[in-house]
Ligand binder design. Structure first.
Ligand SMILES: Cc1ncc(C[n+]2csc(CCOP(=O)(O)OP(=O)(O)O)c2C)c(N)n1
Ligand SMILES: [Mg+2]
Length: 363
């Protein structure tokens, strides 16, 4: 396998950026945004808290309390920026890594852990939060999302759909089919691709010969690349794309150019396939540090503010840990629940058989 050590060292062309890694505000003719100091502080708080949720989950997995965890480290801005662009009426379809979007949809973070602890199949009500359950089968949620978008289009709802997927997922048939359906039916959807440069150990070069956002033009809708480590730009670009969807202008592909700073999941060891210098180059583009620098430089926040967010993060982490450990294990027969929405003869038969088998241990 060849490794391109220069990947990520330079900003790619055609990248919408509103906040540099040094925390300088830059203007963009098509994608500007006017944020109050309070709004920026709120985005900073979101970024810090979701990083903390993620860190705590990694620690819980390392201590044997979760079976596996997919870290979002490095992708906080892409998720918070896009997640905060959503209205309550919009619907989001995540992969398994969208913990930051879940935060924006008001999903209690402990509910994210149930699936990874193996105590449920995904612990929230998608309808309550307009946030679908996590999807592990790569790319399949794009088809679900386009179907949903076509539904709300027929309902004439003032809403849009957003679907998240990775760079690797763009090679899946499902994703390409969903692009075609969305395009031809002018579905109100935003395809939000977090290009974190890797699909487990496969680098981006194995997925595409052109920048991913340029794929959209072949399907007949606009594609745009945004600095995925810039929360302002992710917010501005996603907001505009969602508004286009809501107003009958059809789909947009947003490529959030970012980097997976951690392992693919806790079962993965990235030191086996990528060079350390690549990670070091991306650390300089940390999504949280640039917002902190911006707030400091512009005197929009003082040390007391940063300390209070850090204290809130500590408390959130401790609370998450406590509530994770308190999650009850399901009974052995629970596996038969929710397989079908209505009673099902075969399922009842299998449940009875398994109950009888378990009963045999009592004697
Ligand atoms: C259909 C399917 N094929 C293979 C896998 C195994 N798999 C899990 S994650 C992954 C890589 C996904 O990469 P990407 O789309 O870039 O998302 P990322 O994990 O980087 O966020 C693969 C191949 C799967 N879950 N589903
Ligand atoms: Mg990826």
């Amino acid at each position: 396998m060849t490794i391109d050590a220069s990947r990520g060292a330079e900003a790619p062309p055609d990248l919408v950026q509103l906040l540099t890694p040094e925390g300088e505000r830059v203007e963009h003719p098509d994608y500007d945004i006017d944020l109050t100091p309070e709004e920026v502080r709120s985005l900073y708080r979101d970024l810090v808290l979701v990083r903390r949720i993620d860190l705590e989950a990694v620690a819980l997995q390392r201590q044997g309390e979760l079976g596996i965890w997919a870290s979002l480290l490095g992708q906080e801005a892409a998720q918070i920026g896009s997640g905060r662009a959503l209205t309550d009426a919009d619907m989001a379809f995540p992969t398994y890594r969208e913990h930051g979007v879940a935060w924006c949809r008001d999903v209690d973070p402990v509910k994210l852990l149930g699936l990874f602890r193996g105590v449920n199949h995904g612990g929230w009500d998608p309808k309550e939060h307009n946030f679908h359950l996590y999807t592990i089968v790569i790319g399949s949620q794009t088809l679900h999302a386009v179907g949903y978008a076509m539904g709300i289009q027929r309902d004439d709802a003032n809403a849009a759909t957003i679907v998240y997927f990775g760079d690797g997922a763009t090679s899946q048939g499902d994703v390409n089919e969903s692009f075609i359906w969305a395009s031809v039916f002018n579905a109100p959807i935003v395809f939000f691709c977090q290009n974190n440069q890797w699909a487990i150990s496969e680098p981006l070069e194995k997925q595409t010969r052109i920048p991913l956002y340029r794929r959209a033009s072949g399907f007949g809708f606009p594609g745009i690349r945004v600095d995925g480590n810039d929360v302002f730009a992710c917010l501005a670009v996603t907001r505009k794309a969602l508004e286009a969807a809501r107003t009958g202008q059809g789909p947009t592909l947003v490529e959030a150019f970012t980097y997976r700073m951690g392992a693919h999941t806790t079962t993965d060891d990235p030191t086996r396939y990528r060079v350390a210098s690549e990670l070091e180059a991306w650390k300089l583009k940390d999504p949280i540090e640039r917002v902190k620098a911006y707030l400091f430089k512009n005197e929009h926040a003082d040390q007391a503010f940063f300390d209070s967010v850090a204290a809130e993060a500590d408390q959130l982490g401790a609370d998450l840990r406590r509530r994770c450990l308190a999650m009850p294990d399901p009974g052995p027969l629970a596996i038969f629940d929710h397989v079908y929405s209505e009673p099902h003869a075969l399922m009842e038969q299998e449940r009875a058989q398994f109950a009888a088998y378990l009963e045999g241990f009592r004697a």
